[in-house]
Design a protein around this ligand. Structure first.
Ligand SMILES: [Zn+2]
Length: 605
């Protein structure tokens, strides 16, 4: 299948295309590098005389054909975002090449953690984060989501460590070799390269159900297994909605706290932040989200990063349907109200309703695709799906979704393909419905169209009333908070005005111990209020939170809030100097622009 033009890849897949890879790699913690061989199987069109791959910060030692004969190659000049094209000249019969290479010290996909940066503090840890275009910093391949590839791997790691990949594990315990242990993997379904992922560390496994389980460090495994006890029910709910789960196993890998995202939907094994281990299963909608990507994203994939909203909008919609099936409509209503607030706030942050960055089919020409990873593709995309559901009715929309995943399984599609599919299979011969939805406006215009379905939650309306009463002067203690869920707490904090008195802040903090909350979302919402009001007693908690986890969703707003105050900028710089070496490059890339403004330093040191 021809791949659409991807401005974030040098590949020319219509000439020569990578079909599959075998990786034989050594993970070297001392040198902080991955070294070894990538063997690529190629599909060539007649007349093609070379293959072009994506690389960034890789050292290429040697490229050979199947018989070990050296091949001529050239590495182009390196672009800061895209990296360097690697062009390999091919004799007419060459369909397999072997690349001997090693990663650079600044490989942006990889984070190397010292034992002190892990939960168990005994062993070092390595993990990769490939999305959007970082896989090219550890694997030389055609790094475009439109070019699906299968892979197998043999990974050698030091003794005592376990390797996990986004693939079927063929040797769960590993095999003893002279350097340590070797682990083998196989993924027979073709995936976009951003889903090729690895984690190596002191990992143990606990089963959750017949086809699911959790990997974590020994210090975290018990909490993780208890938090994710509902994973089998989630898989069942997702299958009910979308059709059979196609990947075999579904495991969750809990990473050390520096992981920059909430979760990453690596096939067969979701990578997740430990900040969702709230102890009460109140933040597991994140797992529902990553699981939903097994269909929207991994089964049907955005072909370019401009189409990212297809991955995230549909996934965010499905996430809420899974949570509705598991926890009931009232719970899902609360999640909708909170999500809408996030969307409105994000539109404001991006410059308002007219901002081009609020367009679903966003223009990323000349930009890092990571710039498009705002809340817009998620929440505005999901709002479009909700509007479609409400307009045609749930039974029809559900039937459409199942058909959509059947029609496009294991392919990568662009926005136009989705729109054509929607017109053909859902809106056919009903121009009145499409006019009501205003599809083009939703996809190509900025802002949130005024026909978006307004979320309602009676549970949260009651909480709004309490927030209002507290703001008007009543005390914190009598508030009926004992049975509040995480979502009610978040809404209460969100609804408080920006003009609380110091006495009110002290009252809230001492009554509810907000500065010492273990629930990351509640703590985050409170710390934003504290900074916004210059409530200095919460500053030790701000520093603790910023130096103990690296999730960009939490870091960015807190640093931005600090930088926006006259007293906080110096604090932000001081804390960032301490914490920056512990953050992943993805977070550093964002935060350097906020905190360091001008004082650029290398992404890894
Ligand atoms: Zn997602």
């Amino acid at each position: 299948m021809p791949a659409p033009r991807d401005i974030h890849s040098y590949a020319r897949p219509h000439e020569t295309r990578v079909a599959s890879l075998h990786l034989d790699l050594h993970v070297e913690f001392g040198a902080r590098r991955i070294r070894g061989r990538a063997s690529l199987a190629l599909e060539r069109s007649s007349g093609a005389s070379s293959v072009v791959l994506d690389t960034r910060d890789l050292t290429i030692h040697r490229i050979t054909d199947r018989d070990g004969a050296p091949l001529v190659f050239s590495l182009g000049s390196s672009h800061p975002i895209l990296g360097a094209p690697l062009e390999v000249t091919l004799a007419p019969d060459v369909v397999e090449i072997h690349i001997d290479y090693e990663t650079g010290p600044g490989a942006a996909a990889l984070q190397w953690l010292a034992p002190a940066q892990t939960a168990s503090r005994r062993q070092p840890f390595l993990y990769s984060q490939g999305q959007a275009i970082l896989t090219r910093t550890w694997i030389p391949t055609q790094d475009s989501p439109g070019i699906r590839q299968t892979y197998t791997a043999r990974i050698t790691v030091p003794a005592g460590l376990t390797a996990v990949m986004s693939a079927e594990s063929l040797t769960p315990q590993g095999v003893a070799v002279s350097e340590g242990r070797a682990f083998e993997f196989r993924l027979t379904r073709p995936v976009p390269p951003y889903l090729m992922a690895i984690a190596v560390g002191d990992l143990v496994f606990a089963p959750l159900g017949p086809r699911s389980g959790v990997y974590a460090e020994p210090a975290t495994i018990e909490a993780a297994a208890s938090e994710f006890v509902d994973v089998e029910r989630m898989i069942a709910a997702a299958e009910q909605l979308l059709g059979p789960y196609q990947w075999g196993r579904y495991d969750v890998l809990v990473l050390p706290p520096s992981f920059p995202f909430g979760g990453m939907e690596n096939p067969l094994v979701t990578f997740a932040t430990p900040t969702i281990l709230a102890g009460d299963r109140s933040l597991v909608s994140l797992i529902a989200h990553e699981l939903a990507h097994s269909w929207s994203g991994n089964l049907v994939t955005n072909a370019t990063w401009r189409d990212f909203w297809l991955n995230e909008g549909m996934t965010t919609y499905v996430e809420s349907r899974i949570m509705e099936a598991l926890a009931g409509p009232a719970h899902a209503d609360m999640l909708h109200v909170l999500a809408r607030r996030e969307l409105i706030e994000e539109i404001r942050r991006l410059g308002g309703e007219a901002s081009p960055d609020t367009v679903l089919h966003v223009n990323l020409e000349g930009r890092d695709p990571d710039d498009g990873a705002t809340r817009i593709p998620y929440e505005k995309g999901a709002a479009l799906m909700t509007l479609l559901e409400h307009t045609v009715g749930r039974p029809r929309f559900d039937a459409y979704l199942r058909g959509y995943f059947e029609r496009h399984a294991f392919t990568s599609i662009v926005t136009d393909t989705f729109v054509d599919d929607l017109r053909h299979h859902l809106l056919a011969q009903e121009p009145a419905i499409e006019a009501r939805i205003r599809l083009d406006e939703w996809i190509h215009q900025p802002g949130l169209p005024d026909n978006a379905v307004e979320p309602q939650s009676t549970q949260l309306s009651a909480v709004s009333a309490h927030a209002k009463a507290f703001a008007a002067g009543s005390a914190a203690a009598p508030l009926p908070t004992s049975a509040w869920t995480t979502q009610e707490w978040l809404h209460f904090l969100n609804e408080l005005p920006a003009t609380l008195s110091s006495a009110q802040l002290v009252d809230l903090d001492t009554t509810f111990h907000l500065s010492s909350r273990g629930n990351s979302e509640v703590l985050f919402a409170w710390l934003r209020i504290a900074i916004g009001h210059s409530y200095r007693p919460a500053m030790p908690a701000v520093e603790r939170f910023l130096t103990s986890q690296g999730r960009r969703k939490f870091l960015r707003p807190l640093y931005e809030d600090l930088m926006a105050t006259d007293w906080g900028a110096a604090e932000a710089r001081r804390i960032y100097a301490i914490a920056r070496p512990t953050y992943h490059a993805v977070a550093v890339n964002t935060l350097d622009q906020i905190v360091n403004a001008g004082a650029k330093a290398p992404a890894h040191e």
